[in-house]
Design a protein around this ligand. Sequence first.
Ligand code: ATP
Ligand code: MG
Length: 142
Amino acid sequence: MSIERTLSIVKPNAVEDNNIGNIVGRFEKEGLRIAAMKMVKLSKERAEGFYIEHKSRSFFTSLVTFMTSGPVVLMVLEGEKAVERNRTIMGSTNPADAANGTLRKLYAKSLEANAVHGSDSLASAEREISYFFDKNELCGRF
Ligand code: ATP
Ligand code: MG
């Protein structure tokens, strides 16, 4: 067994479209457990820090503006191979390339407003979880 934790974010477009429940429900249906969850409106500084790896990219400013345009839901998902399973459930970054039934195919509006975030590796997951959650906020089983 390799139980992992990964960070998931319901992005502002999916919150605006009333899809929080559909997204959380999908994770639960797929057997991932919600180990922590909170709804927040990110400040510019907090969003910039989160996406620091993309600072030099052309889309960085626009991405930060989008991620601060409305509330987001931050979640820690827990389960066997959670990092990879979450990425599979989410689908490709660009919804035009996302497989049928994936969260991005179902709920994204565009490449930028693509409904969900998911950590892309175990190392990213650890950084991202500790960026948004204190240890005592994690309510997982493991
Ligand atoms: P995320 O990190 O949000 O889970 P990802 O790992 O699939 O997505 P990244 O390459 O890390 O994709 O890009 C981070 C986010 O930046 C994307 O989810 C998307 O919202 C936005 N993004 C990526 N590429 C572009 C682009 N070319 N134009 C506009 N926005 C983009
Ligand atoms: Mg990424």
